[in-house]
Design a protein around this ligand. Structure first.
Ligand SMILES: Nc1nc2c(ncn2[C@@H]2O[C@H](COP(=O)(O)O[C@H]3[C@@H](O)[C@H](n4cnc5c(=O)[nH]c(N)nc54)O[C@@H]3COP(=O)(O)O)[C@@H](O)[C@H]2O)c(=O)[nH]1
Length: 515
């Protein structure tokens, strides 16, 4: 039966993950839709700008043709020619002829009975041409046209001709901006640009609630805008996919974390029983003299063998055992195993020794000290053949640490500093402790042949050990080249797969008997 509390926690987790998935999926959908729409708008504005450039080139041609007319102004021949020109240039709707700031005639109208005064122009073009916006048109009858002066002539264009690219989106609006007195104004727009013609528009400050893209130069710019609300609509297309993706992702992570926690805590949960049932066994990794290859001893490395025969690696349970303090029970079992496994061999071979790993909780545990003393009492194991490996971490609490290490040393145990170089020790710090051997961590052995900063650490450790009168032992030696270099550097002992992996007790006994 699932308890009410567990059910509540489960539901809460599902709710939190779902809410996080919805929020993230919506945020990413908006970002994706905004990116996609900004790109589309950019492409669209570039197309429009290309179209505007074409049209401006057409206008330049019109201007050249008008300037080439030599007949008298407003003559029958000129008006006929102007009609032809309007016919040829699709975007030109009308051509007016002016003299002394008055309209005299047009391609449509013969000589006006009464010349019409030109109204004040709105803008000045790049080449000094005057421009009239729709509404302030020179001839009120054509109020929707944009007028541009070319010498004596004024050409009427329908503004939509300037930017007649069909928007591929119903809410996309366009405007052509012209620079006047260092600010841009809307010259023409289509179909429902949010700023009215003639008004100021700053291309660098997009309107709130509108997505904008611009193209052009310092004088003429094309701007396309579309309401931001459409981004929200576009985001809906992505949302479902992303929601499924995030739910699946979070679900997988939650499942993995749950499994990890379960395995972690279930290991911890059964550790007491495992200690009680003696499920921890010792393996022994030979330690050799590097110069001769002779086995001088071994490191005891614990393995957890479950009742079903499966083996749990120490790096999975040792940190957990150390955190929880259960390591004390394991260390006691390692000691017990050692006596049972190798007692006879060690008594017969006083030249051999075995080192055991002792942790911070063990160092403060009187039960461990008593058990060690009992194991190393006369007739059992000689203390000199049981060596103690401590990590630098064990030495931090200096006052108590020094006293405990001295006690071990006085009992006849040689002291090894394990994983040396990965902790906090300095030369002056190490001097306080009665030590025997520095174990050089595998990381430094691996780095020896590399360019990394740790590549040259080994000679420093050897120098430091020699200054303190200590021996050195290199861990994790896998290649003959490493052995040779370490030996040449003055490292006396080594341990690693080059010589042997950790072996079950009976195999270790065979190894030492073969020598
Ligand atoms: N407190 C205790 N800690 C213990 C005990 N037994 C083991 N441990 C610690 O668990 C960590 C993992 O140990 P293990 O999987 O046994 O790995 C050891 C060697 O097998 C491995 N090794 C040795 N030579 C090589 C090599 O050439 N290549 C390679 N890849 N690995 C190699 O190194 C580990 C020995 O580590 P160390 O103790 O630093 O000498 C490990 O931290 C053990 O300390 C225990 O009883 N108590």
């Amino acid at each position: 039966m699932v308890s009410g509390k567990k059910m509540y926690q489960g539901l809460l987790t599902v709710f939190v993950l779902l809410a996080a998935s919805v929020l993230l999926a919506w945020w990413f959908s908006l970002a994706a839709a905004r990116h996609e729409q900004a790109q589309q708008l950019e492409r669209f504005v570039m197309q429009t700008q290309a179209r505007v450039s074409n049209l401006l080139r057409g206008l330049e041609k019109t201007e050249r043709e008008l300037n080439a007319l030599t007949m008298p102004l407003c003559s029958v021949e000129m008006r006929r020619r102007l009609r032809e020109l309007v016919y040829d240039h699709q975007f030109v709707r009308e051509v007016l002829v002016t003299r002394e700031a008055q309209i005299q005639c047009s391609n449509m109208l013969s000589q006006l009975g009464q010349p019409v005064d030109l109204p004040p122009h709105d803008f000045v073009g790049r080449e000094g041409n005057r421009i009239w916006m729709p509404g302030s048109a020179p001839l009120a009858a054509h109020a929707e046209y944009l007028y541009v002066s070319f010498g004596h002539f004024i050409v009427a264009i329908h503004p939509s001709h300037l930017i007649d690219v069909v928007p591929d989106h119903p809410q996309r609006n366009l405007a052509l901006l012209i620079a006047q007195n260092n600010e841009f104004h809307v010259l023409a727009s289509w179909p429902q640009f949010p700023v009215s013609n003639g008004a100021r528009y700053d291309p660098l400050e997009p309107l709130p609630d509108w997505l904008a893209a611009t193209a052009g130069d310092a004088f003429l710019q094309v701007v396309a805008v579309e309401p931001l609300v459409y981004i929200r609509k576009g985001a809906e297309n992505y949302f479902v996919y992303l929601l499924v993706l995030f739910c699946a992702g979070f679900g997988a992570i939650a499942w993995w974390v749950r499994r990890w926690l379960q395995s972690r805590y279930s290991l911890l949960g059964v550790m007491d029983d495992a200690i009680e049932n003696g499920e921890f066994v010792n393996y022994y990794q030979p330690i050799v003299e590097l110069a001769t290859g002779r086995i001088t001893g071994a490191e005891a490395l614990v393995r957890w063998v479950k009742p079903d025969g499966s083996l749990i690696r120490p790096d999975l349970f040792i940190p957990l055992a150390e955190e929880s303090g259960k390591i004390r029970g394991i260390t006691l079992q390692v000691l017990e195993n050692l006596e049972r496994d190798l007692g006879a061999v060690l008594r017969a071979r006083p030249d051999l020794y075995v080192s055991i790993n002792v942790t911070e909780p063990d160092l403060t545990d009187d039960v461990f000290f008593d058990a060690l003393a009992a194991t190393c009492s006369p007739g059992r194991l000689p203390a000199g053949q049981v060596r103690i490996e401590l990590t630098e971490r064990c030495l931090i609490d200096s006052a108590q640490g020094v006293a405990r290490v001295i006690r071990l040393r006085e009992a006849g145990h040689a002291i090894y500093i394990d994983d040396f170089g990965t902790g906090y020790s300095s030369l002056s710090y190490l001097q306080k402790f009665p030590l025997d051997v520095l174990k050089i961590d595998k990381a430094f052995v691996d780095a020896m042949d590399t360019e990394s900063v740790t590549g040259s650490v080994v000679p420093h450790i050897v120098g430091m050990a020699s200054a303190l009168g200590l021996h050195t032992l290199a861990e994790g030696i896998e290649q003959e080249g490493q052995r040779a270099r370490l030996s040449a550097m003055g490292v006396q002992y080594g341990q690693g797969w080059l010589f042997d992996k950790p072996l079950p007790a009976e195999r270790f006994i065979e190894r030492v008997s073969d020598e």
